[in-house]
Design a protein. Sequence first.
Length: 326
Amino acid sequence: MSKLVTAKAHTNIALVKYWGKKDAHLMLPQNGSISLTLDHFYTETSVQFQPQLTADQIYFDDQLIAPAKAARMTTFLDLIRQCSGQAHFATVRTTNHVPTSAGLASSASGFAALAAAGSRAAGLNLTPIELSRLARRGSGSATRSIFGGFAEWHAGHDDASSYAEPLQDPVDWDIQMIAVVLKATKKPISSTAGMARVVATSPYYPAWVQTANHDLDDMRQAILNKDLTTVGELAETNAMRMHALNLSAKPAFNYFTADTLTAIKAVQDLRANGVNCYYTLDAGPNVKIICAGHDTPVIITALQRYFAAEQLIVAKPGPGISITEH
């Protein structure tokens, strides 16, 4: 029986998005990305390999999940077994402090935590870069959740060259996100399926890759300069270009709801009134507002005209992965 290992990983929200894979098996993205890890949303996962098991047993919030639903996680555990030589099946217990499949990066924190706990329980002692490469195989954005603060995922061209590394951690300037949690339910089309459709059918896809790569250079510099305005403007434009790709796919699809548009309009109104705030969205209806901590009260007050207080969650820059052996 292997040791019991628990890992805690936080979600990250991309400021420059990855949207589309050039290798679905290796999870290699078409373009690089830059994200901010958040303190409020995280996943805790414990893994132990046990000789008496005849299959992996995966518990999600204390409920044993059916093999069909657990297939993506068992495939990932197979990869860990292959890398480590560990022959046994595992018991996995995972607790998500993130709404699942709602565009709040639950798969990022989930697979980062599984990669860290699973690899250590299997006897591997990976460096952060190696862990980032492993996590990428479960979920592309998980490659960034190994690190705290701002992180950059290098697109790379093969397994060895595609990984994330920290850009700035800890973050020593006033930047945060307010998550407007509109709908903690499963989205209409998964990120994986949405990306594949866009790459295959959008006539604008080559232009996306080109502009996203320019955004990376500009975002890196804006973070270095601790320039909230430029970070926000770049993130907002990049997000809307990503969502425009979805509208240009065949058939078209989108993740917005009426409440999404209400939140976007609220941010635009705040900015028109001199409040320095910007929005970004991933593959889901929820809006994340990039702002400074000192503007929190005025933003929350404005949003409470449309949304309940419990839908508005303030998240600061968060830490990288932590691993505990029991």
